[in-house]
Design a protein around this ligand. Sequence first.
Ligand code: G3H
Ligand code: 13P
Ligand code: ZN
Length: 337
Amino acid sequence: MPLVPMRQILDEAAKKGYGVPHFNVNNMEQAQAIMRGAEEVKSPVIMAASKGALKYSDMFFLRNIMNACIERYSKLPIALHLDHGTSVDICQTAIHLGFSSVMMDGSLQEDGKTPRDFDSNIEISREVVNLAHPLGITVEGELGCLGGIEDGIGSNQEKLTDPDKVKEFVEKTKVDALAVAIGTSHGAYKFKIKPDPDKNLLAMDIIRRIHELCPNLHMVMHGSSSVPQELIAQINKYGGAIPETYGVPLWAIKEGIKAGVRKVNVDTDLRLAVTATIRKYLKENPAQFDPRKYLEPSRDAMKQIIMERYIKFGSAGHAFDYEPMTLEDMKKFYENE
Ligand code: G3H
Ligand code: 13P
Ligand code: ZN
């Protein structure tokens, strides 16, 4: 107990109108920060591994770290999710590893960069749904292309989602959730100018229109790190060289959640928190060489960001609202659909 299908976490979020953060994980400290934060504020958890994370961790290590979270935090609902799967094979691998949710990012070709056309996106997404749903596993698709090639995932031809294509895509593929492109991008370099709440930063009208056309669809906002300015300042103060840059402010994310976004993807903010903490620690403690001494405060810094996101997106306090479903339960749900 309880690895849950991500679909349940999103369905429950939709019932009460909140958003759930998706946090990327690459190592033990990140996983612990995500779980410690969730336990403290009582939030359901979506823990995600990218293809890069699986490669970095040699796959088996990350799988066991994620399983350790399920064992150690046995009361919290946890979805293990593959982020940006770019082929049927990688989705299949995640399914074999025991993930309860996979993203088939059919907006891009297998290189994770080149846009894929609409029909081929439908075809590959449906293929993954056909593999996953009979096992009770959730599938997220993507329509439109995000920018931000710096992380290795994203297109250099950013293309916002066309709301008029969404209904057809969802009906034909049967995906449980859909990543939409509304002007965010992956990584730390999203906006060069400080976002102004009085000016349109993101294409919220796209989200609102999709919600009107497909009110039951769970939308996903990728590239949603806020790039906290105090972390950039701390990195630069202690030897870093990050140029002026801004992320997606929490007020913009809240607007999205109000309009039907149920999952909000955050990775970069945790990377910034780790780097800022380690830089400061090492500068102030030049004689120290025990990695635990700087990994511990960096884990705490991630936990602070994580708790803030659980609270601000609204998932805090909802971990025990519902009886966790098993993949078997979800299998039956799909059979009767
Ligand atoms: O969406 C992309 C995530 O930030 C994962 O990045 O491939 O470097 O793990 P990564
Ligand atoms: P950030 O780079 O903004 O954290 O986005 C992460 C993401 O979208 C993972 O899928
Ligand atoms: Zn993403």
